[in-house]
Structure formats: structure tokens, C-alpha cells
Design a protein around this ligand. Structure first.
Ligand code: G3P
Length: 217
């Protein structure tokens, strides 16, 4: 499963990039607002930092507006992916941009039928929001499982990009359910490596090694 980081914070991206397991980045208008940065500038900076796909979301709601914004954003860097809302105009724009060779990410997906439409529109990625479904007492992971079954039934090439990830368990469950990608908040990514027994074991190894009085170098 590919790991994208879900942020527009350059420092977080730089830190995680050092560990070598970042396959891409996703942003959205809320994350751009949180960064306090100029949208086009921060997208360009992220694209230069991370060679993988970098999602940049349009703000327009009409087909004409989304096409103009999407084509403009796609010119920022070769690894820009245009994020489009799961609406009829968003799907029409998706089909238009895909025909022009521009990669797309249909976002705010909350149902299997929406995911089916995104795949039929040729979306490169579709972003089901797990956490926000959980917030409404609907199991967001059921959507990932349904999408995996539908996409495999018809050999759709659209990649399932599990989003609205809130915990390490979401990452594990999304991987078990067969998501192609998980876009994960920086803190959750860093937390994936943590385990109390690892810490305890390492502490004991250090004590026992110190007791040997030896050094490796
Ligand atoms: O990628 C979508 C993500 O940023 C939304 O997360 O926690 O606001 O549902 P959240």
C-alpha cells in the first residue's frame, strides 16, 4: 500500500521524506488554509520535494471553472494531480482532464455508487473519507471493502486512496481491505512505528549491551 501524507506543512513533509516511505502528498483547501501559505507556491515547493503524486484541489464548482483551474494547476509541475469534488461537474471535468493526460483525484467520496461513477469517469484516484463516515456511525471501512470488490469485478484501474484517516488502526484496516493508497496525517504516520514492547525491548538490549563493556566500533 502506498503512503501519501495528508498535509501542506512543508516541515512535516521534509521530516517524513527523510525516512524514505513517502510515496506522495495530498492537500485540500482546508489544509492549504491551515498552512497559511500561498497555494500555488506551496504546491510547487511540495512537488519539488516529493517526486510522487501531489494532489492540488480546485476551488471552482462549475465544469468550466474546474477545467480552467485544473489545467492551470497541472502546469505547476509534472507530478501534480488535480483533485476534483465528487459532483456531476467534477466527474465531467475528470473525464475532460483525463483525456488530456492529466491525473485526477475525485475527492469527498462517501458511497460505493459515487466510487463507481469516479471509476467510470476514468479517475486516477478516488478518495473515500473513512473518518467522516465513522463520525456518522457508518463503518467507513465497509466502503473500502465495497469499492475493492466493485473495482476488482470490472478491472477498473482507478486507485482507492483511503482518506480522512484518523488512527493507526485505520491504516491497518485500510491495508487489509485492499486500499491502494492511504493518505495519512503526519502524526499518525510517525505513530505507526511506535510500540511499548519495542521500547521496553530496546531498553533491555541497551542495558545488557552496556554490561558487556564492549563497543562495536
Ligand atoms: O484527505 C482528507 C482529509 O484531509 C480529511 O480529513 O479528518 O478532516 O476528515 P478529516
Amino acid at each position: 500500500m502506498k503512503f501519501f501524507v495528508d498535509t501542506a506543512n512543508i516541515d512535516d513533509i521534509k521530516e517524513l521524506n527523510e525516512y524514505g516511505f513517502l510515496d506522495g502528498v495530498t492537500t485540500n483547501p482546508s489544509l492549504i488554509a491551515k498552512s497559511g501559505r500561498d497555494f500555488k507556491e506551496v504546491i510547487a515547493e511540495i512537488c519539488a520535494l516529493v517526486p510522487g503524486p501531489v494532489s492540488a484541489e480546485v476551488a471552482a464548482m462549475t465544469f468550466e471553472g474546474m477545467v480552467s483551474e485544473g489545467e492551470y494547476l497541472a502546469r505547476i509541475a509534472d507530478n501534480v494531480v488535480i483533485k476534483l469534488p465528487m459532483t456531476l461537474d467534477g466527474l465531467k471535468t475528470c473525464r475532460h482532464l483525463v483525456r488530456k493526460g492529466i491525473k485526477t483525484n475525485v475527492t469527498l467520496c462517501f458511497s460505493a455508487n459515487q466510487a463507481l461513477l469516479a471509476a467510470k469517469a476514468g479517475a486516477t484516484y478516488v478518495s473515500p473519507f473513512i473518518g467522516r463516515l465513522d463520525d456518522t456511525n457508518i463503518d467507513g471501512m465497509d466502503l473500502i471493502r465495497d469499492m475493492r470488490e466493485i473495482y476488482d469485478n470490472y478491472a477498473f484501474q482507478t486507485e482507492i486512496l483511503a482518506a480522512s484517516i484518523r488512527s493507526a488502526n485505520h491504516v491497518k484496516e485500510a491495508a487489509i481491505a485492499g486500499a491502494d493508497v492511504a493518505t495519512i496525517p503526519p502524526a499518525v504516520i510517525k505513530g505507526l512505528a511506535n510500540h511499548v514492547l519495542t521500547d521496553k525491548g530496546l531498553e533491555q538490549f541497551a542495558k545488557d549491551w552496556a554490561a558487556t563493556g564492549q563497543s562495536i566500533l
